[in-house]
Design a protein around this ligand. Structure first.
Ligand code: HEC
Length: 189
């Protein structure tokens, strides 16, 4: 199944503007991992959007969702430390919340957790289903917060020199995007 089909099959509680932002952000993160210019020194500015726990991958700091005007976005990566994903070892590997400038009272939800939704459990379920095939992207429940998970894949054969036990095209991590709509304030204070 192609990605286009998977996207067409989505239930439509995610507005097109959110899908577009996640598309752009996900391409950005995937392309950062695709970049084989490896350095361990992290000289390239370990700013808040840089992945500090994933030492070999360089970031250029152009995450399109970081200062978006319509949605504040939190972003997480779940993985098994670069080893094949398994429900026993999958863990939160990286997390960032939105930058400053999104004051609490301008957001649709004050909490970044979706009521009744266990993200960690959902990730384990996704990982457990990988062998059978997962229909990406995976969406969270309808809520003020938009939750979506997408795979970060091993895109090149060069990846396999370090990521053994996996094939080109296999997911090596799961990226989670949570979008919190920015609500325009009405009325004067
Ligand atoms: C020189 C070795 C090396 C190469 C080549 C490499 N990686 Fe990695 N990658 C690692 C290591 C080591 C980790 C885990 C680092 C850690 O444990 O903090 C990792 C982690 C990751 C992660 C996060 C998973 C997690 O749980 O930490 C992703 C995604 C990833 N690599 C993608 C890629 C892709 C895509 C390629 C090929 C384009 C690639 N890597 C090539 C060494 C490499």
């Amino acid at each position: 199944m192609t990605l286009a089909f998977a996207l067409l099959g989505l239930a439509s509680h995610i507005p097109p503007s959110a899908t577009k932002l996640i598309d752009a952000t996900h391409s950005y993160f995937q392309s950062q991992f695709d970049n084989l210019e490896l350095t361990r020194s992290g000289k390239f500015g370990m700013s808040r959007i840089e992945v500090s726990s994933i030492g070999s991958h360089v970031r250029s700091g152009k995450d399109p969702s970081y200062s978006n005007k319509e949605y504040a976005t939190s972003f997480r990566i779940f993985g098994s430390s670069g080893h094949p994903l398994s429900p026993e070892t999958v863990a939160l590997r990286y997390s960032r919340f939105p930058g400053g400038g999104h004051s609490d009272d301008s957001l649709a939800s004050r909490s970044w957790a979706i009521p009744g939704f266990d993200e960690g459990k959902k990730i384990k379920t996704i990982v457990a289903g990988l062998a059978k095939g997962v229909s990406w992207p995976v969406q969270g429940p309808k809520s003020k917060l938009i939750w979506q998970a997408r795979p970060i894949v091993l895109s090149k054969k060069e990846c396999l020199s370090c990521h053994s036990g996996l094939l080109v095209g296999d997911p090596v991590a799961i990226a989670v995007y949570v979008l919190n709509p920015i609500v325009k304030r009405t009325g004067a204070k």
